[in-house]
Design a protein around this ligand. Structure first.
Ligand SMILES: NC(=O)c1ccc[n+]([C@@H]2O[C@H](COP(=O)([O-])OP(=O)(O)OC[C@H]3O[C@@H](n4cnc5c(N)ncnc54)[C@H](OP(=O)(O)O)[C@@H]3O)[C@@H](O)[C@H]2O)c1
Length: 250
């Protein structure tokens, strides 16, 4: 690597499935962007974060994935309002040794959802799963004034179980349903959240954060009932582009 090349990359525990490296390398090729490279850095634990920075002084930006989106936050000098509210960072900018954290999942989901729902759409949402991705979804729905109910395998004061959702017939009363669980993702492509899909109809919108495969089982079960469905690819691309903007200002 020459001294002029600026390095970008992704940190996470298992990165063999990563979309980001091929996305950025293709972007660099297609747009003739020189002077940048994008690498994958598998970290056994977050203790390897500062040694990684020391070993790669040309790093100017990082994406962060499972399981470090929350664990990396105490190491950052500045955290954007969105990332602070969400409680997770998936983009780090490194400028003159200063580390700033952002959340581009929030931006990607918001832009993708709002361009998909019809203008002026009003209704309530079910958010399936309560992990890292759902934190961004929750904050987008709050900021868009879309009332929502969390559905989880565990009951709790702020969530219902899938069994309770069935008993209360929440599928009928919530016309936006967002899968933020990994169910349906490669290689387990025949799995889907445990909903009563018979209650879904033409007025429903099913958004799956999963993007691989292109049509998930959740989407298939919804579109069989006449619902409009969308996968997570656009969100993924929008969050990658937002990362690029954060790192480079372009
Ligand atoms: N399109 C994008 O740009 C984008 C961005 C981020 C994430 N994603 C995708 O979104 C999905 C969720 O990501 P994440 O980081 O939040 O993952 P995660 O933390 O591993 O899981 C999210 C939640 O899903 C529920 N869950 C997990 N395994 C389940 C199972 N076997 N059955 C039912 N529920 C289960 C759990 O919630 P409960 O314990 O409450 O049930 C868990 O907290 C992944 O597929 C990821 O690839 C996509």
């Amino acid at each position: 690597m020459t001294g002029l090349v600026k390095q970008l990359g992704l940190i996470g525990k298992v990165l063999s499935h990563s979309f980001s490296k091929s996305y950025f390398n293709q972007k660099f090729d297609t747009l003739g962007i020189t002077g940048y490279r994008y690498d994958l850095f598998e970290l056994e634990s977050i203790d390897e974060f500062f040694p990684l920075l020391a070993a790669h002084p040309q790093l100017v930006g990082l994406n962060v994935t499972i399981p470090y989106k929350q664990q990396v936050m105490p190491f950052l000098e500045e955290i954007s309002d969105e990332a602070g509210k969400i409680g997770a960072v998936n983009v780090i900018k490194i400028e003159h040794g200063k580390l700033s954290g952002y959340n581009s999942d929030y931006y990607g989901f918001k832009a993708s959802l709002l361009s998909w729902l019809p203008a002026g759409w009003q209704g309530k949402a079910l958010i399936l799963g309560t992990g890292g991705a759902s934190l961004a979804v929750i904050n987008v729905l709050k900021d868009c004034n879309i009332p929502f109910q969390l559905v989880s395998r565990q009951s709790g004061p702020d969530r219902v179980t899938y069994e309770e959702a069935e008993e209360l017939d929440l599928v009928s009363s919530h016309q936006l349903i967002i899968n933020s669980t990994p169910l349906g993702m490669q290689p387990n492509i025949l799995t889907a959240p445990a909903l009563n899909y018979q209650k879904i109809g033409q007025n429903h919108f099913l958004y799956d954060l999963v993007y691989n495969p292109e049509t998930t089982q959740f989407m298939r079960l919804g579109s069989n009932q006449g619902a409009r469905v969308k996968n997570g690819l656009e969100m993924l691309e929008l969050q990658a582009e937002k990362s690029w903007e954060i790192w480079t200002g372009r």
